[in-house]
Write a protein that binds this ligand. Sequence first.
Ligand SMILES: Cc1cc2nc3c(=O)[nH]c(=O)nc-3n(C[C@H](O)[C@H](O)[C@H](O)COP(=O)(O)OP(=O)(O)OC[C@H]3O[C@@H](n4cnc5c(N)ncnc54)[C@H](O)[C@@H]3O)c2cc1C
Ligand code: SF4
Length: 338
Amino acid sequence: MNNFQYARATDVADAVRQIAADPAAKFIAGGTNLVDLMKYEVERPARLIDISRLPLGTVQPTPSGGLLIGALVPNTDLAYHPIIEQRYPLLSSAILAGASQQLRNMASAGGNLLQRTRCFYFYDVATPCNKREPGSGCSAVDGINRINAILGTSEHCIATHPSDMCVALAALEAKVHVRGPAGERTIAFEDFHRLPGDTPERDTNLEPNEIVTAIELPPQGFAENHSYLKIRERLSYAFALISVAAALELDGNRIKEARLALGGVAHKPWRRPEVEAMLRGHAADELAFHGAADLLLRDAKGFSHNAFKIDLARRAIVRALTQAAKGTPQIQSQKKVR
Ligand SMILES: Cc1cc2nc3c(=O)[nH]c(=O)nc-3n(C[C@H](O)[C@H](O)[C@H](O)COP(=O)(O)OP(=O)(O)OC[C@H]3O[C@@H](n4cnc5c(N)ncnc54)[C@H](O)[C@@H]3O)c2cc1C
Ligand code: SF4
């Protein structure tokens, strides 16, 4: 049992003040990831700063025609929000592909971004893990790495980011609003999560003294032609082996705009601008979709147990793009549960 202090932040400025004053403190929102990590003794914060009652729970239109999602909007409320369902169904679908109804009721939008990897060794404190204990080694490289990354890995870490929601947010080109002692700043979604490199202990570019206040969606939601396809070991309540967020804007059968992001393959949602540029102006056909899959997976490298992911990802990309082009998105089985 590790003792820790508990304090509730009174407002966002107070939350920032408290976290800046104590490097051993952590924010707690829904607690669905952090409490597990504390039980496993992977994380041992000396102080929990409860942010769950801060006024960051609304979804509001922005002057530019987009949406501002408060960091404390529960995943369930976000997935079923009427504007999200109508204009950003890709995001709704990705959220509903994750976790369970009970977890989504507790999980917050900000916490989803900051959830930690599900690499088995990260959770097993008896094994070396550079992410948990820098410099100790990576047990997954030569261990059981079925769920680990095939893209953007380093010799120090081959973990994946486990979120579904983030894959859709990457495809939608969201922005993350954060606040720290120096004031507010906005981080492009592409720059929010990091590749492991030689600092795998850092998942994101959020500073330790900053709080996520909101996620901004641009106006374009790709409501007509999108699909979130998640491949996993079981049909529900499992993290992605591979997931694909595909979004197209079509002019007849020609692609005007394309977005493609992969989950379950890297330390961050995997997107390549050259893939989307290649699709632009092309007919929405199998030739283009196979070409996009090949280019997106060009640098993929499998390890002893996960090389199968490369072919699986290739097929999933083609299927998701085909579903998006036809306007027949993957339906998440949980969609009917309210
Ligand atoms: C059994 C199980 C299955 C799951 N399956 C899936 C799945 O299939 N797909 C999927 O995407 N997710 C899945 N999840 C993960 C779940 O979505 C996350 O645990 C959840 O989104 C985290 O949100 P939270 O509010 O509970 O975060 P917390 O646990 O409260 O916090 C998580 C981290 O974020 C930090 N944090 C929280 N809010 C902020 C903020 N506003 N600013 C700065 N830091 C913050 C905390 O300090 C902590 O480090 C699953 C979880 C469980 C337990
Ligand atoms: S892959 Fe990353 S999280 Fe997993 S054991 Fe290696 S260093 Fe740790």
